[in-house]
Design a protein around this ligand. Structure first.
Ligand SMILES: Nc1ncnc2c1ncn2[C@@H]1O[C@H](COP(=O)(O)OP(=O)(O)OP(=O)(O)O)[C@@H](O)[C@H]1O
Ligand SMILES: [Mg+2]
Length: 501
């Protein structure tokens, strides 16, 4: 058998010149992308959509278009919110992989510039590599969602610190009062009653509750309602300060104790809080070595700055908070029992959001207004099915988590109203499998007479949503049983859940 010629003369051979090979490779890759990707489109140099492949066409309804004609010919920003195609056209740089989020969902996308013979950018191609990355790329997406959340939290914290610093003296004032603690459920009323009583006393207060339940907010409110309101409110987040620096942070450093930056000495938080309230946040994270010193400072009302042998009297009121099981830490020998009892004079248990679901509509309204104020837009309006969905969630991150979910939903909705399907998507992308809606919670509703004077289709749709939510709840989220009970097909149920009328 001849070794030199392995090609069968009857079958087509690879072209041998470079240009033809390139063209072949380009054509093959284009066909490959076109068939494996979820969709592709082309824009011209001016950013106008000139072509959309078949796959891409199914995203059009979610983007708000009912026909291809409405889409093709428009500039890309007009029809695909948050797109970065313009950057690719301007810089000529491809973006091989990126996440794009807009009202149609979150997508893994690729953007590649197209050049002419002379190398000039004459257009670009957009490729949707994956839709629903929350299922195909679950670990990556939940990490992304978590980072995004942390970033949002950090930004908010920075903004509020800035505004406090700008207020000069305001830095050491309370940010919140009891009026800031939204909620009128029995559990919310009870925690406010206890905290108000605690504000009247001068004993230490211990705020116990899960993360994001409002412990810090209550600490501010207690200070603002106490006789020390005119004094400073100083907080230390014990978990955020490295153990080795905590002692100096608490008690300060005497002049000359160190060389360098601290040569002149520095006041500790105890001193800064003199005449006011010292908020010890995350007290459960207090290193054991410091617990004895803290106890002494609390008992004697005196502190000893590092590198000094003088005791300085301080007059402070302590409010401490933790989301950890402090009594458990005592049992395990990780938290001193004597310090525990010293702090446990007025314990206030802050309820989790799921213990006060009826507060959700009011919280949504307040958080929505706050978001609107920050972004300069109108507050979102949650449709009844969306509120029912929120009411059904376990909210492990409590109000902070609720706020993040709302913020994400607002970000990707281009209308003011938000429905359950949009929220479900946000929850899933945050790595949370949405629990069944709870129909019991409703926003305050206009009286019946008024409600009956609306278009019939709207009333029927509302009734449908309520019936579906109730049946889903009764069947613990089982969709087959729900569809059977309501006498509709499973396909119709899915359709309604995905696109509430
Ligand atoms: N009842 C409430 N009404 C309105 N906003 C609230 C309420 N409770 C908490 N928030 C808001 O929720 C967020 C979290 O609250 P906060 O920081 O007080 O929680 P925390 O219990 O200290 O949480 P962590 O243990 O994680 O520090 C804040 O933005 C706060 O303003
Ligand atoms: Mg806190």
């Amino acid at each position: 058998m001849p070794l030199t010629d392995t090609t069968d003369r009857a079958s087509p051979a690879l072209p041998l010149d470079g240009q033809s090979i390139l063209e072949l490779a380009a054509r093959s890759m284009f066909q490959l992308f076109s068939s494996v990707s979820q969709g592709m489109f082309l824009v011209d140099r001016g950013g106008r959509i000139v072509w959309v492949n078949e796959g891409y066409q199914r995203f059009l309804p979610d983007l708000g278009f009912s026909s291809l004609d409405q889409f093709v010919g428009r500039t890309v920003e007009e029809v695909i919110p948050n797109t970065q195609m313009r950057r690719v056209l301007e810089t000529g740089q491809p973006v091989l992989i990126d996440l794009l989020t807009n009202k149609a969902g979150t997508f893994v996308v690729s953007r590649i510039p197209l050049r002419d013979e002379a190398g000039e950018v004459i257009g670009a191609i957009g490729i949707v590599l994956f839709d629903h990355p929350e299922t195909t790329l679950q670990p990556l997406i939940s990490k992304f969602a978590r980072l995004q959340r942390d970033l949002d939290d950090a930004r908010r914290e920075l903004a509020s610190q800035r505004s406090r610093t700008l207020g000069g003296d305001g830095e050491r004032r309370a940010k919140y009062t009891f009026a800031s603690f939204i909620g009128s459920s029995p559990a919310a009323a009870e925690v406010k009653r206890q905290a108000r009583r605690a504000a009247q006393s001068s004993s230490p207060v211990l705020l116990l509750g899960e993360t994001g339940t409002g412990k810090e907010l209550l600490a501010h409110a207690i200070h603002a309602a106490s006789s020390r309101a005119a004094g400073p409110f100083v907080s230390v987040n014990i978990a955020a300060v490295p153990d080795t620096l905590l002692e100096a942070e608490f008690f300060g450093v005497a002049p000359g104790a160190y060389t360098g930056a601290d040569r002149k000495g520095r006041d500790g938080k105890f001193k800064l809080a003199h005449g006011g309230t010292l908020f010890l946040d995350e007290i459960g994270d207090m290193p054991q070595s410091l617990q004895a010193k803290l106890l002494r400072a609390l008992q004697e009302g005196e502190i000893e700055p590092l590198g000094s042998n003088k005791l300085v009297p301080v007059d402070i009121r302590v409010v401490a908070a933790t989301s950890r099981d402090l009594a458990g830490l005592v049992r395990e020998g990780k938290f001193r029992e004597d310090l525990f009892y010293r702090l446990h004079v007025l314990p206030v248990r802050v309820p989790a959001l799921r213990e006060r679901r009826s507060d959700i509509p009011a919280l949504v309204e307040a958080l929505g207004e706050d978001l609107a104020l920050r972004s300069g837009t109108a507050p979102p309006e949650l449709l009844p099915d969306a509120l029912a969905l929120l009411a059904g969630q376990p909210w492990r991150g409590n109000i902070r988590e609720l706020r993040n979910v709302l913020e994400q939903a607002v970000m990707r909705s281009d209308s003011q109203s938000i429905d359950a399907a949009q929220l479900e998507r946000v929850l899933r992308e945050a790595g949370v499998e949405p629990a069944a809606p709870v129909a019991a919670v409703h926003a305050p509703e206009p009286d019946d007479e008024q409600r009956l004077l609306r278009p019939l289709a709207e009333q029927v749709a509302e009734l449908e949503r309520k019936a579906i939510a109730a049946a889903l709840k009764a069947h613990g989220g089982n969709k087959l049983a729900t569809a059977r009970q309501l006498g509709i097909s499973r396909a119709t149920l899915y359709e309604r859940l995905e696109n509430p009328v």
